[in-house]
Design a protein around this ligand. Structure first.
Ligand SMILES: Cc1cc2nc3c(=O)[nH]c(=O)nc-3n(C[C@H](O)[C@H](O)[C@H](O)COP(=O)(O)O)c2cc1C
Ligand code: SF4
Length: 678
């Protein structure tokens, strides 16, 4: 029996949870028609198979019709959810994982145009900034109806064979009642904290009446809203004591903060560059004061911190949620003494930002997450060994190398730079984003262990490749910034990469024309602003930085807003020319014929990259497949065809930005899905 604190079983009432690691509730937006179907099940099953102790499925599963799905939530107000949940829980139980689900009424935290177009409701008319819907103030018949909906939902979940439920009470209806910021009702459900808790107490009593005393019921709640006029820590402790006194609550899952704005949400769920485990000691304090079984998650991405949380008695169950999106097999790797093999969560929060953008959650550097039905987390050995030459050691090239080497192939990488990393290395130049380099380092370590050869400082010519006698050549050479966007004066501008790399020092009055809307522009703007310069970020789009989503934008804004920065939307840089020591910018707009002249001392243009594809085109005639990719084979998961050029020597493919300017996830997905069948 292991002595690792993380691997000790935990007894929660009658339920033995086999270890202390859990997935806290997270809605990955994989539901189909509001139901947790095959994709949903496969996602949780993968983590159960690898040994997770408890998986809190769903996130914010809706108990009522007028809790419209904000991010494709599971609809537990429908009876048809029972067989789907039954399949999910049976699949996870088979591997020994405990399975619960978080249920909720979102209250104002959604938009009325989702779902059935029913009006939002809340105990006040106060709008939530993040989801933008104005709610109606609840009436008595709403309150009775929704209490009953909670009880109905709990009964369905019990019928589906899950081990328990968790009520969501941070930012949702239950704590909208608790907080004076969102409750302007009068007694019996408004007024002092006792009254404001009445709704939650009625919900708990109704649930207990329906599911009995044995079924596990917990509450995930904010114990300190950390905002003006919100619930204080003292209120939070009061709430926890009252919940405990009902005898209906079996565990608490502690949150600190508020989620009604992007910055608030980002403080509750910190992104990369923010401190690790910022609320862990606070959760430990609640555990100590209240004495109920206590769960918690907030950026505990690494095993030593999780172990500390359990060993020090701060928590009973520790949540490693995004960590398991990056690597579903953490528990197995701990058991097998392979902690060094764990694919690290780098806190990029691409996963969470995507669901708020209306898309399914994906991990920036694990392309199999959320695609378990088609993409493997464990790579199978190929039937025969091939010699594979990969040109480029950025994220695409290294992922291709890792997967090919796992398949048992002989892999040789040629890299022009003295080190690996490509654009990731550039992004990681900023202190806040330095965790990004783990995307590269983890792959380098895996490649080294698998015997991959890497030649650095090798600008590959066709003969460097053909001399190695490859069966397959992968071109992962990336791209270079495309700044040739102006009618006139392209030679006068610099790229965002010039600024980020430090090759070019910021001027003092800088125009940053962002025609891509990605991280590079914001990262360069931050460097320029920090130097004390004035920077104007101009975009022809309707909003600035459209590809930097909500939570990722927060650290940039915190770094920029107290500096000399101006945001200009819907204007386009047309041309630049010299005017003495300065640069004259001609600025237009897509909306009209309006044109104006402005003067700066430096102009930066951000417009993605153009592929470095010369080598690819040189090698193309020598290849069997003439560079062609069979998209059906690629997307359906079978081997690429032989190709039409009988005189060819090898198969040739290009991936990542060597094809077109995209993001890190796209580059890694290109590599995984091509190489897994090679
Ligand atoms: C894609 C995604 C969706 C989430 N949805 C929910 C949710 O519906 N309800 C909830 O209580 N927490 C949700 N969370 C928050 C997680 O439960 C967890 O608190 C958060 O990710 C911090 O823990 P971590 O650092 O271990 O990932 C979500 C997280 C992610 C990544
Ligand atoms: S996208 Fe980033 S934060 Fe989310 S799981 Fe992947 S590495 Fe972690």
């Amino acid at each position: 029996m292991s002595r690792d604190p993380l691997l000790q079983p935990y007894q929660l009432k009658h339920l033995t949870i086999k270890n202390r690691i859990m997935l806290t509730s997270h809605e990955p937006s994989y539901a189909e028609d509001g139901m947790p179907k095959e994709r949903y099940r496969a996602y949780h099953e993968e983590r159960a198979k690898a040994g997770i102790g408890l998986t809190m499925t769903a996130g914010s599963a809706a108990v009522s019709k007028d809790s419209p799905p904000a991010f494709n939530n599971i609809l537990v107000y429908k009876d048809e959810v029972v067989p789907w949940l039954r399949q999910l829980s049976d699949a996870c139980h088979e591997h020994g994982a405990a399975v619960m689900i978080q249920i909720t009424h979102l209250g104002r935290r959604s938009h009325w145009s989702n779902g059935d177009w029913l009006p939002l409701l809340s105990p006040s008319h106060e709008r939530e900034t993040a989801h933008r819907g104005f709610p109606k103030q609840m009436e008595d018949w709403d309150i009775d109806r929704i209490i009953n909906d909670y009880a109905d939902a709990a009964e369905r979940i019990q019928a589906a064979g899950l081990d328990g439920i968790e009520l969501e009470a941070y930012g949702h209806l239950i704590d909208q009642f608790w907080s004076l910021r969102t409750n302007t009702l009068e007694a019996p459900y408004g007024g002092d904290l006792k009254n404001r808790m009445q709704f939650s107490l009625d919900v708990l009593a109704a649930i207990r009446k329906r599911v009995g005393d044995e079924f596990i019921v917990g509450v995930r709640f904010t114990a300190d809203e950390k905002t003006e006029g919100g619930l204080t820590e003292e209120d939070g402790l009061g709430v926890a004591r009252t919940l405990k006194s009902t005898g209906h609550v079996d565990f608490l899952n502690v949150i600190r903060g508020h989620i009604d704005t992007d910055p608030g949400l980002t403080d509750v769920i910190p992104v990369q560059g923010m401190p690790s485990a910022p609320h862990l000691d606070f959760a430990g304090k609640i555990r100590k004061e209240i004495g109920l079984p206590t769960f918690h998650a907030a950026r505990i991405p690494d095993v030593p911190t999780a172990r500390h949380a359990i060993a020090e008695g701060l928590l009973d169950m520790v949540g490693m949620t995004r960590a398991h999106m990056a690597d579903p097999h953490i528990v197995r790797k701990i058991i097998e003494n392979r902690e060094d093999d764990i694919r690290p969560c780098v806190g990029a929060t691409y996963c969470l930002d995507r669901i708020y953008g209306g898309a399914p959650a994906l991990c920036i550097h694990n392309a199999a997450t959320g695609r378990e039905l088609k993409m493997p987390h464990e790579i199978e050995t190929a039937p025969s060994q091939k010699k594979i030459v990969i040109v480029g050691a950025g994220p695409a090239g290294l992922e291709a190398a890792r997967v090919a080497a796992e398949r048992g192939h002989k892999v040789h990488i040629l890299e022009a730079a003295p080190h690996a990393g490509g654009q990731i290395r550039l992004a990681a130049q900023s202190t806040r984003k330095k965790e990004m380099i783990s995307i590269i380092d983890w792959r380098l370590e895996q490649c080294e262990a698998l015997g991959v050869t890497i030649d650095y400082n090798c600008w590959a010519e066709p003969e460097n490749v053909t001399d190695l006698n490859p069966d397959v050549v992968i071109i992962a050479t990336g791209g270079m910034p495309n700044t040739e966007r102006l009618v006139d004066g392209n030679h006068l501008v610099y790229s965002t990469w010039d600024i980020i790399s430090g090759d070019i020092k910021p001027g003092s009055n800088v125009l940053l024309f962002d025609d891509a809307g990605d991280h590079a522009a914001m990262q360069a703007a931050e460097i320029i602003a920090q130097s004390g310069a004035h920077v104007e970020i101009m975009t022809p789009d309707r909003t600035f930085a459209p590809d930097v989503m909500g939570m990722n934008l927060v650290p940039y804004m915190r770094a920029l807003q107290d500096k000399d920065v101006r945001f200009t939307v819907t204007y386009r840089l047309l041309s630049a020319s010299k005017e003495g020591n300065a640069l004259k910018a001609i600025i237009g707009t897509d909306y009209s014929d309006h044109v104006e002249e402005r003067v700066f001392d430096q102009i930066i243009v951000n417009h993605g990259t153009l592929p470095l594809d010369e080598l690819y085109f040189d090698l193309k005639p020598l290849s069997k497949n003439l560079g062609a990719v069979d998209y059906d084979a690629l997307t359906e998961g079978y081997v690429q065809p032989e190709g039409q050029n009988a005189d060819g020597f090898f198969h040739l493919y290009r991936i990542g930005d060597a094809v077109s300017s995209r993001n890190t996830h796209a580059a890694i997905y290109d590599a995984l899905r091509l190489m897994k069948d090679m």
